[in-house]
Design a protein around this ligand. Structure first.
Ligand SMILES: [Ca+2]
Ligand SMILES: [Ca+2]
Ligand SMILES: [Ca+2]
Length: 277
C-alpha cells in the first residue's frame, strides 16, 4: 500500500467519526422505574414513566408511541391505555387487540416545549381478569427532530405490575401448627390474613347489615356437630377487633355463615359502592 492510499483511508475513518457525533444529538429516553404493584379491575393506574430530554437547540415533536405488553395480561384484561404529559392527555386508545405484539397510540404531534418531559403511561384494568396476569410494558417513541423522523429504541418498564381480581389482593395463612384437642378444650385453630395491597388507594369495606355473608367458615375435616360444640370468630380490621362471641357450631352442610350484624350492632361504614377496592 502506498502512502497516498493510507491517507485516503484515514480521511474516510475521520468522516465516519463526525457522522456518529451528529447522531448523538438526538433525544434521550429513560424509564423511571414505576413500581405500582397490584392493579384491580376498573383501576386506572400509572405503570410506566419515561423521561425524554432534548438538546436546547433541538426542535422535537412526538408523533406516536408503540406499546407492547411483555407480560401475560391479554386483550380482555386491559380496557384502555392513556398517555399523559403532566396533567394533559396526549393520547389514548381502547383498541387493545394486539397489545402483546404492539399497538400504536397517536400523540397528536406533541411539541416538546421544555428540554425535559415525562411521558406517563396509564393502563385501565378490565372487569374480567382472573388475577395473576402481569403487565410489563415496553414503549418506542416515534418522533420528529429538526425535521427528520426517528423511532427510539424500545424502553422497557423496569418493574412490571400484577393484576388482582380485586378486594383482597393477598391472602396468607398464619395458623398455629396442628395439634391435638381433647373434650372441653378451646383453642385458636386458624388465623388468616386478608390484605388489600394495591395501587388504587381505596380500602375494602365490608358489606353493611343484610343477608350478604361477611364470613364463611367451613370444616374440611371429619369432625361433626357432635364433635365440635362451639365456635368463635374474631375479625381484626385496622387494629379493631369485631368478635362473634362463642356460639353453637351449626353449619348448613359443612359451611357456617356469619353476617355483618353478627360482629357489629351499628354499621361503622356505609356499604361499598363504585369501583373495585
Ligand atoms: Ca411499572
Ligand atoms: Ca384490592
Ligand atoms: Ca385497595
Amino acid at each position: 500500500m502506498t502512502t497516498t492510499c493510507r491517507r485516503a483511508l484515514a480521511l474516510v475513518v475521520l468522516m465516519v467519526g463526525f457522522s456518529s457525533l451528529a447522531a448523538m444529538a438526538l433525544p434521550g429516553f429513560s424509564d423511571q422505574n414505576i413500581a405500582a404493584g397490584n392493579l384491580n379491575p376498573t383501576d386506572t393506574i400509572l405503570v410506566q414513566q419515561i423521561r425524554i430530554t432534548r438538546g436546547a437547540s433541538e426542535i422535537v415533536t412526538l408523533s406516536s408511541i408503540t406499546v407492547q405488553n411483555l407480560g401475560t395480561a391479554g386483550d380482555g384484561d386491559i380496557d384502555r391505555i392513556t398517555v399523559m404529559d403532566g396533567g394533559d392527555v396526549l393520547g389514548e386508545t381502547t383498541a387493545i387487540s394486539g397489545l402483546s405484539s404492539g399497538i400504536t397510540v397517536d400523540l397528536g404531534g406533541f411539541n416538546m416545549t421544555s428540554t425535559t418531559h415525562y411521558l406517563k403511561i396509564y393502563v385501565t384494568v378490565g372487569t374480567a381478569v382472573d388475577g395473576g396476569e402481569t403487565v410489563n410494558l415496553r414503549i418506542r417513541v416515534h418522533y420528529v427532530s429538526n425535521g427528520s423522523t426517528y423511532t427510539s429504541a424500545w424502553i422497557t418498564d423496569l418493574t412490571g405490575e400484577t393484576l388482582r381480581k380485586g378486594g383482597f389482593d393477598v391472602i396468607a395463612d398464619s395458623s398455629p401448627a396442628a395439634g391435638y384437642m381433647n373434650p372441653g378444650d378451646a383453642d385458636v385453630v386458624q388465623i388468616t390474613v386478608f390484605s388489600d395491597v394495591d395501587a388504587n388507594g381505596r380500602p375494602v369495606q365490608w358489606q353493611g347489615a343484610g343477608t350478604t355473608p361477611a364470613v364463611l367458615v367451613e370444616n374440611l375435616g371429619t369432625a361433626t356437630t357432635a364433635d365440635i360444640d362451639e365456635i368463635r370468630v374474631t375479625l381484626t380490621i385496622g387494629g379493631t377487633e369485631y368478635v362473634k362471641a362463642f356460639g353453637p357450631w351449626a353449619p348448613t352442610g359443612t359451611t357456617m355463615t356469619f353476617l355483618y350484624q353478627d360482629f357489629v350492632a351499628a354499621p361503622p361504614r356505609s356499604p361499598t359502592t363504585g369501583s373495585s377496592p
